[in-house]
Structures are given as structure tokens and as C-alpha cells.
Design a protein around this ligand. Structure first.
Ligand code: IPE
Ligand code: IPE
Ligand code: MG
Length: 247
């Protein structure tokens, strides 16, 4: 089975704007499992399936960049067995992506600090990036061990290094230089960020990039999220008036 299952039924997007770049905070797996008296890991497994469906759907409707928040820099605080289950799930999915890549157009890119993961997981991440880098479809950023504050600290360090060794003139530091030192360098900022599970917070996701992003909070747990919910989020996005500080 291909990693991102092909789906035929698409909503009619001909008269609506499909956001160029979407971010999704895939939240609510634990509560979904708890409601069913299942272990939290069962929620993560159900969430991973939804990730697959929604990623394919985004690519099919013409989204150019999709960033999914899979594991934050703070998620290591969870019990060891939950972290272990998540790592096993990541490995399974990334191995499957390698085995079934052939007819796929999606470019896979990881954002976050890979170095905290086991060597075999890091290799799977690198191999997925390498094997997909020349494709011409949607860019899928998978945020793993990602924290936006950590990302900004890294950018500051890297720019400071450049100043110290004379490669960067301090007066040339501007917003675009900072953007170019983030994991998302070269990509447009997200137009829309969706957070399922009803939480009204950003949880350290794309703080710099989301300065003018439209937020849609949905009262649905991620494992219950359907293509129709993505359609609804885009419908709400299309009702917004984006002003970027102008009038
Ligand atoms: C999101 O679901 C998945 C990860 C953070 C890895 P949660 O596990 O946070 O689910 P809830 O918020 O506890 O329901
Ligand atoms: C954000 O969800 C991280 C991911 C979805 C990967 P969390 O469940 O970790 O966020 P908080 O703790 O509710 O803010
Ligand atoms: Mg959560």
C-alpha cells in the first residue's frame, strides 16, 4: 500500500482559494484513546492513519506546502512507554514511505533537531529526504523534535557565528535573513494553521512563521479528523479578511 493513499473524491475547489501553505497541529490522540478505554499508543496509531489520508488529500487539492506537527521538543517529557511507542510508529511509517515511494510526487522534509533520535530513525529520515528531494509535488514538512523557540535560538547562534567570523555584516541582518536561518528556509509562511482537539494554543509551533497566519481551531480529536474537516477549515479560511497590517 502506498504511504499516502490515493483518494478520488475531491471537494470542488475551482472557485475557492486553496491555501498555498497549511500547518496542522495533530492533537488529541491521547483523549481519543482514553474515550475508548484504549492505551494512548492506540490513539497515536489511529492519528498516524489520519495523517496519511489528510496528507494525500492536501496534495490532491493543490496545497503546495504542508507542515505537520508530529513530536515537539517538549514531548520527551511524556512517560517512556509512550515515547517508545511513538518512536516505533515513526520508524514503521518512514520505512513504509521508503518501500512504497515509487509513484509519489511528495517531497519529504523534516524540521526539528534530528540528533536526539536513534541512529536508525535518523537514517530513515535522511533516506526519505534523499529519495524524495527531486520530486515536483507538495512539500511535506514533518516536524519531529521540533520547537519553534529552539529553532529561533539556532538561527540566532548561526547568524552570530557569521558575524563573529566576518561573513555577516551586522547591519545586513533583517527579517528575511532570520527566515533563511530557520528549518523552513526558502518556504512561504503558512496561510492557515489548523488545530484539532479544541485547544486554543500554539504549543511552540512556527512562532516566527505564523506572524500573519489564519488560525482555525476545531473541536474534533485528530484521529476523528476527516477530509471534510479540512474542507471546512479551508472554507473558514476563505471567509477571513487578511490585511497584514494594512487596511
Ligand atoms: C498529539 O496527541 C500527538 C503528540 C503530541 C505526539 P496527544 O498525545 O497530545 O493527545 P492529547 O492531547 O493527550 O489528547
Ligand atoms: C502539540 O501538542 C504537539 C504535537 C501535536 C506534536 P501537545 O499535546 O504536546 O501540546 P500541549 O501540551 O497540549 O500544549
Ligand atoms: Mg495533546
Amino acid at each position: 500500500m502506498a504511504l499516502f493513499k490515493k483518494k478520488k473524491e475531491l471537494a470542488d475547489y475551482s472557485d475557492k482559494a486553496v491555501p498555498t501553505s497549511i500547518g496542522i497541529i495533530m492533537d488529541g490522540n491521547g483523549r481519543w484513546a482514553k474515550n475508548r478505554h484504549l492505551p494512548r499508543s492506540a490513539g497515536h496509531r489511529a492519528g498516524a492513519k489520519v495523517f496519511r489520508t489528510i496528507t494525500r488529500y492536501c496534495s490532491d487539492i493543490g496545497v503546495k506546502y504542508l507542515t505537520v506537527y508530529a513530536f515537539s521538543t517538549e514531548n520527551w517529557r511524556r512517560p517512556q512507554d509512550e515515547v517508545g511507542a511513538l518512536m516505533r510508529l515513526f520508524k514503521e511509517y518512514l520505512q513504509e514511505a521508503l518501500d512504497d515511494f515509487k509513484d509519489d510526487s511528495i517531497v519529504i522534509h523534516f524540521i526539528g533537531d534530528k540528533s536526539s533520535f536513534s541512529e536508525d530513525l535518523q537514517k530513515l529520515m535522511d533516506d526519505n529526504e534523499e529519495i524524495s528531494k527531486d520530486r515536483d509535488g507538495m512539500v511535506l514538512n514533518i516536524a519531529m523534535n521540533y520547537g519553534s523557540r529552539d529553532e529561533i535560538v539556532r538561527a540566532v547562534k548561526s547568524i552570530s557565528e557569521g558575524v563573529k567570523n566576518g561573513d555577516i555584516d551586522i547591519n545586513s541582518i533583517d527579517e528575511s535573513m532570520v527566515s533563511d536561518h530557520l528549518y523552513t528556509a526558502g518556504q512561504p509562511d503558512p496561510d492557515l494553521i489548523i488545530r484539532p482537539s479544541g485547544e486554543y494554543r500554539i504549543s511552540n509551533f512556527m512562532l516566527w512563521q505564523s506572524a500573519y497566519t489564519e488560525f482555525v481551531i476545531m473541536n474534533k480529536l485528530w484521529p476523528d479528523f476527516k477530509k471534510e474537516d479540512l474542507d471546512e477549515a479551508i472554507r473558514l479560511y476563505n471567509l477571513r479578511s487578511r490585511r497584514f497590517g494594512g487596511v
